[in-house]
Write a protein of this length. Structure first.
Length: 685
């Protein structure tokens, strides 16, 4: 038996140097982490002890361009480990994450608080050769990154910052681990078939498969969205809907080890103290310095403008749902949160004769993949070819080579489609390798991954999606195009390394295609008969595109208000979280609030993700995407010339220039809210 070699410590020798998932063992991670830290420290020592005068080339870009298999090791192992922590974790990985997180945070702090290194960067920032716009952006980011990480603090301030950031990183990890455990702990096990009343066949078959996988009789429903959403929408069993709803909306509130209440309070206070230590009034002020919105006032202006525009329509929408429920159940019927999806669906059927289950037979996953890839080909000329020689971390994952319009290699694309035990809920795009150009001029191409929780195939049927799931696929695929088209010199500025209120533009832009009949006609056909999605049904989809759109907008705005309420605080936070939450978003909420439910303790975006003081970004980017798509609507939704401009000016540029500069170069002007209001039917065209 040959001796095992740690694959992180040697050339991968795989197609396109992709991660050799099949050769990685659990013990390889810690060894690679520690060796990566050692190598990076050695490189930094060389930099700070360089007797030559600090220059852009010997101080700023040596880490960016000297990537000859040397000290990229830490980013290499970190990408694999932390991506799998979200997509395919287990108890061993969770334990190792708890061990490594403080070590990695300390290492990051050691770099950012290294006085000698900062003095060299500061010297270059003050005196440097003539730089290209991209080089200037890298220098400014490097200098500002150190300042924002405490480089100008005195020793006592630096030590305090270390304590705060190390505690925050551990609590963010704990938050995510608790949420995953709570999500996977709940199941609704049904053995009486009568209790399945109202549920479509796809939901029943999926629940039967889950029960079979768990060694149980009957049907098992979970809180994963492909299971939860059909149940809460179609089940006629009101008490069971209530149980599912309350289970989902009370995660991490229970009196157990997974309760996130104290963690959230502490995270809010840690971030406030970090910001104030660095000279900002609030954490939001700190964050928004590097956002298109610029300041708290502009964020609230956007949210308030959206409330003013959408709330009257949203109130009417909910009144319509409530009246229908009372006509069906009696005038004394009081609509509860677990009733809203059920009766909204009934209203959609009544108004448009449309139901997401009607579309499932026409949205078989392999056809949807063909449609999404075909859209990318039609817009940008790129092609996708599955390569089974590329190792993957789970049988659900497919790996593709992506070729540019001239046939040259562009990227590797991984797609991970279905929910499973060790996988977080939701959907996201990530990278195993970013794009950059090395000193020899080689353009190192990216390896991007899209992770989703779409409907699984069953014993009876292939994976049949809802239109909402197609939209999710398009959203994450938009992020992946941002990564795959990256064409910048420096990895830290490439792909999705842009300001957070700009990063959602490429993803939300792609969502527009989900209700365009010209796109649907390219792939939507019945999985059994091959019959194309009927024009009449497409017409109903288009007509219903704004069904409950105002309510959906207010929901997003309410999350933005909650986020800002936490991170605009100037004093310590020690309030009752559920009560604070309901006050914070009150002006955007038009539905009944329950005292026991709580969003905060499961709000990964603002507690454990990158959206703290930034959740408004989804609505900010929606203004951009509606405005950008209006250009395509004008010239044709598949117009190659417009698509090439979008690629050249936005998708390939990463963070090399200010986002508004890039956007105006594509659009010719700054965006306005009008296109969004028109698209949502709030304003007449």
């Amino acid at each position: 038996m040959s001796e095992h070699k740690n694959p992180f410590l040697e050339p991968y020798n795989t197609p396109h140097d992709t991660v050799p998932f099949d050769r990685i063992r659990m013990e390889d991670y810690e060894e690679a982490f520690m060796e990566g830290i050692r190598r990076e420290n050695e490189q930094i020592e060389k930099t700070v002890n360089n007797p030559e005068k600090p220059t852009f080339d010997n101080t700023i870009i040596n880490k960016e361009e000297d990537r000859e298999g040397y000290y990229d090791l830490l980013s290499r192992v970190s990408a694999v480990f932390f991506n799998l922590m979200s997509a395919e974790t287990n108890d061993e990985m969770d334990a190792l994450a708890q061990k490594m997180q403080p070590i990695l945070t300390k290492h990051a702090n050691d770099i950012r608080l290294n006085k000698q290194l900062f003095e060299r960067i500061k010297a270059v920032h003050l005196h440097h050769r003539k730089l290209t716009p991209e080089e200037k952006r890298l220098l400014d980011d490097s200098y500002d990154g150190f300042v924002r990480s405490g480089a100008l603090l005195d020793e006592a301030g630096k030590e305090r910052l270390r304590q705060l950031t190390e505690e925050a990183s551990m609590l963010s990890l704990q938050f995510s681990q608790n949420l995953l455990k709570e999500n996977k702990a709940f199941t609704l096990h049904i053995t009486d078939e009568a209790q399945l009343d109202g549920l479509p066949d796809t939901a029943r078959e999926a629940a039967a498969l889950t029960a079979k996988e768990q060694g149980k009789e009957g049907w098992v429903f979970t809180l994963d969205y492909p299971s939860y959403t059909p149940f809460i929408t179609y089940s006629t069993q009101r008490e069971l809907r209530r149980r599912m709803y309350m289970a989902r909306n009370t995660e991490c509130t229970h009196d157990n080890a997974e309760n996130n209440m104290d963690i959230c309070k502490r995270l809010v206070n840690l971030r406030r103290e970090i910001a104030q230590l660095l000279g900002y009034k609030t954490y939001a002020d700190y964050v928004l310095k590097h956002r298109m919105a610029g300041n708290v006032r502009n964020v609230y202006k956007l949210l308030d403008d959206l409330i003013d525009a959408y709330k009257p329509a949203a109130v009417k929408e909910m009144e319509e749902v409530s009246k229908l429920a009372q006509r069906m159940e009696g005038k004394d019927f009081e609509l509860q949160p677990w009733d809203q999806s059920f009766y909204s669906h009934k209203l959609q059927l009544k108004k448009f004769k449309l139901d997401s289950e009607m579309l499932r037979p026409y949205l078989e996953l392999s056809k949807v993949i063909d449609g999404v890839f075909g859209l990318a080909n039609r817009l940008y000329g790129i092609t996708f070819k599955e390569n089974k020689e590329i190792p993957v971390y789970h049988p659900d994952v497919k790996a593709y080579e992506v070729l540019d319009k001239d046939g040259s290699y562009l990227a590797v694309f991984y797609a991970d489609f279905h929910p499973r035990k060790g996988k977080q809920g939701g959907a996201w795009m990530t990278e195993y390798q970013g794009q950059w150009i090395d000193r020899k001029g080689k353009n190192v191409r990216p390896h991007v991954s899209v992770v989703m929780n779409l409907t699984k195939p069953t014993d009876e049927k292939p994976a049949l999606l809802t239109l909402g799931e197609v939209e999710t696929f398009l959203h994450e695929f938009g992020h992946s195009l941002h990564g795959m088209f990256a064409n910048t010199r420096f990895e830290s500025l490439s792909g999705t390394n842009v300001w957070w209120d700009f990063v959602e533009l490429p993803s939300q832009f792609m969502e527009n295609y989900s209700v365009e009949k010209e796109f649907l006609r390219t792939f939507a056909s019945h999985y059994q008969t091959g019959e194309p999605l009927p024009d009449e049904l497409i017409g109903r989809i288009v007509k219903s595109r704004n069904f409950m759109a105002a309510s959906g907008c207010l929901r997003q705005v309410s999350f933005g208000l909650l986020d800002m309420a936490y991170y605009t605080r100037k004093k310590a936070f020690d309030e009752d979280i559920p009560a604070f939450e309901k006050r914070a978003w009150q002006k955007a909420v038009i539905t009944k609030q329950l005292p026991d439910t709580c969003m905060t303790v499961q709000f990964s975006h603002i507690m454990a993700g990158g959206y703290s003081a930034g959740y408004y970004s989804y609505k900010w980017a929606e203004v951009l995407d509606a405005d950008a798509f209006s250009v395509f609507k004008k010239h044709g939704i598949f117009d190659r010339k417009t698509a090439q401009s979008f690629r050249d000016n936005i998708l390939s540029k990463g963070g090399t220039e200010h986002p508004m500069t890039l956007y105006k170069r594509f659009r010719g002007s700054e965006p306005g809210i009008d296109a969004l209001l028109k698209r949502n039917g709030i304003k007449r065209r």
